[in-house]
Design a protein around this ligand. Structure first.
Ligand code: PGA
Length: 256
């Protein structure tokens, strides 16, 4: 049985005040919630504050981050390493988000390198994959997802996906308010799982596949009711404690 994971990707949002209010609110909202792993990925500068607030709240929340470098130290100006993330208690690290693929020209190969380096350092990669609107309209959704996944599978072996998380995020649904329908998302999730099953049924059966793209409290239950949707990667709606907690609660309820 896969335990759902609901993760908040805060992107480039935050201040000391905002981080304090949001995590204090989440600590309260998540009191007594079981059956779901809840994670947050604040901007790296706020990891220290977030780590302390999560501890104060009794460690109900998993700390994550939005990116990593592929080196642990050295002359790499502006980068943040897995060991630094670990030093602040971050365990779940988003890689390959479409915003990084697009604005920072990160290739499938570079994302796969990050994946390997996170694993080498004992961290959990949250590997984002997904197609653009044009690719979707051209019927290339599965081919794009397979190519992005294969960058990891073909270089590291399918077993590398053990203890990792995949986040299927159709780019046209991110930040647009236009989420995939539960049926659309389920169909792609099932195909992604089938693609992995060609290499290993056991890995396919156990790997968490989150849906991301305009998930909110209002559409969460319907998405989580689908058998192959194991949680969500949430952007905009993760900036509100009540709304984000409602999504986490919906996942717990759907998978109970
Ligand atoms: P959104 O972002 O929930 O604001 O659409 C999701 C993401 O980019 O991870």
């Amino acid at each position: 049985m896969r335990r759902p994971v609901v993760m908040g990707n805060w992107k480039l949002n935050g201040s000391k005040t905002m981080v304090t209010e949001l995590l204090t609110g989440l600590n309260a909202e998540l009191e007594g919630v079981a059956g779901v792993d809840v994670a947050v990925a604040p901007p790296a500068l706020y990891l220290d504050l977030a780590e302390r607030l999560i501890k104060e709240g009794g460690n109900k929340i998993i700390l994550g981050a939005q990116n990593t470098d592929v080196n642990n130290s050295g002359a790499f100006t502006g980068d943040v390493s897995p060991q630094m993330l670990k030093d602040f208690g971050a365990t779940h690290i988003i890689i390959g988000h479409s915003e990084r693929r697009e604005y920072h020209h990160e290739s499938d190969e570079f994302v796969a390198q990050k994946f390997a380096f996170l694993k080498e350092n004992g961290l959990t990669p949250v590997l984002c994959i997904g197609e653009s609107e044009a690719q979707n309209e051209a019927g290339e959704t599965l081919a794009v997802c397979a190519r992005q996944l294969d960058a990891v599978i073909k270089t590291q072996g399918v077993e590398a996906l053990n203890d990792a998380i995949i986040a299927y995020e159709p780019i046209w649904a991110i930040g647009t308010g236009k989420a995939a329908t539960a049926e659309q998302a389920q169909s792609i999730h099932a195909s992604i799982r089938a693609h992995i099953a060609k290499e290993s049924e056991a890995v396919a059966k156990n790997v968490i596949i989150q849906y991301g793209g305009s998930v909110k409290a209002e559409n969460a239950a319907e998405l989580f009711a689908q058998p192959d949707i194991d949680g969500a990667l949430v952007g905009g709606a993760a900036l509100d404690a009540k709304g984000f907690a409602a999504i986490a609660k919906a996942a717990a309820a759907a998978k109970a």
